[in-house]
Structure formats: structure tokens, C-alpha cells
Design a protein around this ligand. Structure first.
Ligand code: 6PG
Length: 244
């Protein structure tokens, strides 16, 4: 049995989840920029964060000049492809804000050598984060099969304990680059965004604790010395009193 840790916050709807995530980003950025002069954030892919990114670009007073953006995972497609996590974040957020281009660290999953690309991205992370290598905030989603980032059930990436970034096959869309649980669990904060009826079954499996991490990779995410927050809307929540 492996029960999820962290705070579970169930909100009325996806807009409330978006707004709560925006507040977490603003707070984490303010703290990081005050304490270390820079905010290192890893973006999630998929469709759930779109609304967050669209709102984030309007966030008054956010200091993009002292923010560096990374990705938690990326599909092996062109950065101009609709399936690209970079493309989605660029179109909804990054092209609209005054972030220096040198602070946008795209995962080069369009490389012919995915393993080499994973090693290069890990080197980049190590150089930008310095020791001990802690992202300030990682945004993650939850797949209907319990995956997160591109950590998919049954894949070797789930047992990787040394590397921060690996190449992995994926059941949908394309092979991937993904951060590992080692990278995510070193973060100062991890925020899951989970909305919609399609996630209820995965959420119920996670909350029941009956499945192991091989079947439910999202359970691997338990930051050692960081804050973990699950932001769900009522439609995704599978607790007893949930009213979809
Ligand atoms: C990816 C994402 C992935 C995503 C979940 C949820 O590259 O596919 O990183 O982990 O967060 O699959 O996706 P939706 O938000 O589209 O439901």
C-alpha cells in the first residue's frame, strides 16, 4: 500500500483550480526571487495547464526577468508541432511575457539522439540550479492511467534513481524526454493540477492506495523536503463526498 502524501485541495471548478495554481506560482516566485534572486519553474504539458498559462501572462507584477522556465517532459516532435509541450506554453504564455529568451529552456526532444538530449538537458539543469539541484516549483498533471509528466506505468524510467532526465517510450503521441522522480522529489514545491470527470478513476486509485507506483507513477512524487499540493476540481475528486 502506498498512500499519497501532500495536501489535497478540492475546489468547485477548473477556474478555481487555475486561480489557486496561479497563487502558488506567484508566492513561490516571490519567495525564490527574494531568497535566491531567481525563480526556477518546470512547466507541465498536456491540456489542463493551458488556462493557467493564459491567465499567468496577465499576472500583474510577476518578475519574468528573474524567472527561468524548464519543462517536466516533452514529446519527440518539432517545437512547432501542436503536440509539443513547448509549443503550447509558447503560444499561451511565453510569447506574451518579457522573459529573456536565454531563460526559456526548451527540452530538445526533437533530437535524433534522445538519450544524448536527456543527458544534455540534465547538464543544463545542473548548471542552472547548482547544487543541490532543486527546482522551486514543478507543475504536474495526471493522466487517466495514473502517469505524470512522461513517467508511464511499467516503464524503466520509474526505477531511475540517479538521472534527472531520461528518454522513454510512451503509449501515445511519441517517445518522450521526462524528468524523473529523483528530479521532481528534490523540488521545493510540486503542484498537481487535476480537473474533469476523466480523472476521477485515476484519482480514486491514488487515494485508495491499493496500487503500487509501477501502476500509478504519480505516487512516486513525494518531495523529500518540499511541499506537495494536489489541486483538484470537484469533477476529478473521488472522495466520498465529492459531488461532480
Ligand atoms: C504530457 C504531460 C502529461 C499530462 C497528463 C494530463 O506531456 O502529456 O506532461 O503528464 O500532464 O497526461 O494531460 P491533460 O492535462 O491533457 O489531461
Amino acid at each position: 500500500m502506498k498512500h499519497p502524501t501532500g495536501r489535497w485541495i478540492v475546489l468547485p471548478d477548473a477556474t478555481s483550480v487555475r486561480d489557486a495554481a496561479l497563487q502558488r506560482l506567484a508566492d513561490a516566485a516571490t519567495r525564490a526571487q527574494a531568497e535566491r534572486g531567481v525563480f526556477h519553474v518546470a512547466l507541465s504539458g498536456g491540456s489542463t495547464p493551458r488556462r493557467l498559462y493564459e491567465a499567468w501572462r496577465h499576472l500583474e507584477g510577476f518578475d519574468w526577468g528573474r524567472t527561468e522556465v524548464f519543462w517536466g517532459d516533452e514529446r519527440a516532435v518539432s517545437p512547432r508541432h501542436d503536440d509539443s509541450n513547448y509549443h503550447m506554453a509558447w503560444e499561451t504564455l511565453l510569447r506574451h511575457v518579457a522573459i529573456p529568451s536565454a531563460s526559456v529552456h526548451r527540452m530538445p526532444a526533437d533530437s535524433d539522439d534522445l538519450d544524448g538530449a536527456a543527458r544534455r538537458y540534465e547538464s543544463l539543469l545542473r548548471s542552472r540550479l547548482g547544487a543541490p539541484g532543486r527546482l522551486d516549483l514543478v507543475l504536474l498533471g495526471l493522466g487517466t492511467d495514473g502517469h505524470t509528466a512522461s513517467l508511464f506505468p511499467g516503464m524503466p524510467s520509474l526505477s531511475e534513481t540517479r538521472r534527472w532526465v531520461v528518454a522513454t517510450p510512451a503509449p501515445v503521441i511519441a517517445p518522450r524526454l521526462t524528468g524523473t522522480a529523483t528530479l521532481f522529489n528534490a523540488a521545493r514545491e510540486v503542484v498537481f493540477l487535476v480537473t474533469g470527470d476523466t480523472k476521477r478513476h485515476a484519482v480514486s486509485r491514488i487515494r485508495s492506495g491499493t496500487d503500487g507506483t509501477d501502476a500509478l507513477p504519480a505516487l512516486l512524487i513525494q518531495p523529500r523536503d518540499g511541499m506537495l499540493t494536489w489541486l483538484l476540481d470537484r469533477r476529478a475528486d473521488a472522495s466520498d463526498n465529492a459531488v461532480p
